[in-house]
Design a binder for this molecule. Structure first.
Ligand code: PLP
Length: 205
């Protein structure tokens, strides 16, 4: 919703429907959009190889689309407040949030050209390392420790020991994926509850 590749000049846009579009962590699907001429070719292949989405997932997607705009707007708003809270906390070293890119940063130029909002998935570094990251994650009461993203519920994860545990330590550290890094996908809960959860969790760090 906040980045539309076809409007940026792409011929074809492939999108995962599993995340923010599905939004309820209960379906897996994808979409392809573009000119009829290109999409038709993909559709005939799809018919031949049998990768049509099942009827129940289609039904769940129709349900999800009714609230897509409301969910994404709310989670985007929540994420900004959570990111601002974390950025001001003494036990947080850095917040990697697209909404904080500064003018003059080449990434900001790309962001401004392609995106209308930063979305609700971002990462941050706690001060310290694995011990401090685990202390925070172990004490959160509302946010759930899980690796998915884009659902109504806030999920939080530790990439170094979860999604990226198979990546060599030297490579992880070279790209900033350290033991202090935590990833969050902010959901649509009352944002004050999320911020209180961080406030009490960080007391244990
Ligand atoms: C992202 C994700 C997938 C893969 O979905 P894609 O639409 O292929 O990106 C599968 N399972 C879970 C739990 C996921 O979060």
């Amino acid at each position: 919703m906040f980045q539309t590749p076809l409007n940026c000049g792409a011929d074809i846009s492939l999108c995962s429907l599993t995340k923010y579009v599905g939004g309820h962590s209960d379906l897996i699907g994808g979409s392809i959009s573009g000119s009829a001429n290109l999409v038709k070719q993909v559709m005939s292949w799809r018919s031949a190889i049998g990768t049509q989405l099942d009827p129940n997932s289609c039904w769940m997607l129709m349900r999800s689309l009714e609230t897509h705009e409301i969910r994404m707007t709310r989670s985007n708003d929540n994420a900004r407040l959570v990111a601002e809270y974390l950025a001001g906390h003494p036990k947080i070293a850095k917040v990697h949030y697209l909404g904080f890119l500064k003018d003059g940063d080449p990434r900001k130029t790309v962001f401004d050209r392609q995106c209308t909002a930063p979305g609700s998935t971002f990462a941050f570094d706690v001060r310290g390392g694995e011990r401090e990251a685990f202390a925070l994650l172990d004490h959160l009461q509302i946010m759930k420790l899980a690796v998915s993203l884009g659902g109504t519920e806030t999920l939080i994860s530790h990439p170094a020991s979860m999604t990226h545990s198979g990546v060599a330590r030297e490579l992880r550290e070279a790209i900033g994926l350290t033991d202090a890094l935590i990833r969050i996908s902010v959901g649509i809960e009352n944002v004050e509850d999320l911020i209180s959860d961080f406030a009490q969790g960080l007391e244990h760090v």
